[in-house]
Write a protein that binds this ligand. Structure first.
Ligand code: AMP
Length: 277
């Protein structure tokens, strides 16, 4: 596996491979099987797979977990080697934002102001900045993002269309532990009791799916049910538990083909998100 920390060096390297199909998987490290699933999908469809590990400061608000975000770089490198990743890009903050400059972006779309965007008002601007910069450096043909961060996937889709980039976006399925908890680097923050409480997210999604399959279509009723179910777990505090149109996250009254269930819950001090179509 080639490892690059400098923009110039990775660009020089990639210049040799202009005819190859380049797949790109951006991550913040502390890698788990969710990340590996994206890498496997990338390897199937591309000639060269690039993974980045970069804990992007601009997507964290001052009170958030930038400093304590898990960093396990040696274990990550080993895992990527074992999984035959071609290139690891491991830039410094200065490489990504030279002289603290950020890419120029048009105003972000409305759906970035709600749900995650309401609770984390500067988050999506930071994500758009770092991903635009990565796309400019790497110029990938295909990029791989996890459905777990659904709003992020919509943002990347918007970014690609906005700049008319010749990039295919692959939205990859959520990988879960056998007990249903969606894998996340932030799960490391949970103590054993909190881990048990975290089961409530997926349990709620499953229950709502069952109610929908049985014929319940009233979204107000389903949302009330979700709220109560999550609140029945003493350690859980609901940020949102809602059903939205999956294309733009606008509210709906009745369930239809476009409906998406989204949940964000605080378990102790750890914020977890999950969703299901
Ligand atoms: P992160 O390192 O948390 O920024 O995540 C990097 C990429 O991995 C993002 O596209 C995430 O959506 C994706 N990802 C994170 N957790 C999972 C999961 N459990 N299953 C599938 N993809 C995931």
């Amino acid at each position: 596996m080639k490892i690059f920390t400098q923009t110039q060096a990775i660009q020089t390297y990639l210049n040799q491979y202009k005819t190859l199909r380049i797949g790109f998987v951006p991550t913040m490290g502390a890698l788990h099987n969710g990340h590996l699933s994206l890498i496997k999908i990338a390897q199937k469809c591309c000639d060269l797979t690039i993974v980045s590990i970069f804990v992007n400061p601009t997507q964290f608000a001052p009170h958030e977990d930038l400093d304590k975000y898990p960093r396990t770089i040696e274990a990550d490198k080993k895992l990527l080697e074992e999984n035959k990743v071609d290139v690891l890009f491991l830039p410094t903050v200065e490489e990504i934002y030279p002289n603290k400059e950020k890419p120029n972006l048009p105003a972000l779309p409305k759906f970035t102001k709600i749900l995650e965007g309401e609770i984390r008002p500067t988050h999506f601007l930071g994500v758009a900045q770092v991903i635009k910069r990565f796309f400019d450096i790497i110029k990938p043909n295909d990029v791989f993002f996890g459905q777990k961060d659904y709003q992020q996937c919509l943002l990347i889709d918007w970014l690609i269309h906005q700049f008319k980039l010749p990039i295919n976006l692959h939205i990859c399925p959520i990988i879960r532990e056998p007990n249903g908890i969606a894998l996340s680097s932030r799960n490391q923050y949970l103590n054993p009791n909190e881990k048990k409480s975290a089961l409530i997210l997926n349990q709620t999604l499953q229950k709502i799916q069952k109610l929908i399959k049985k014929g319940e279509t009233d979204i107000k009723k389903l949302e009330n049910f979700m709220q109560k179910k999550i609140e029945s777990e003493p350690l859980a505090k609901v940020d949102y538990a809602t059903i939205r149109n999956k294309n733009d996250l606008t509210k709906q009254k009745l369930i239809n083909q476009e409906s998406l269930i989204l949940i964000a819950v605080k378990i102790g001090t750890t914020r977890l998100i999950d969703n299901q179509k």
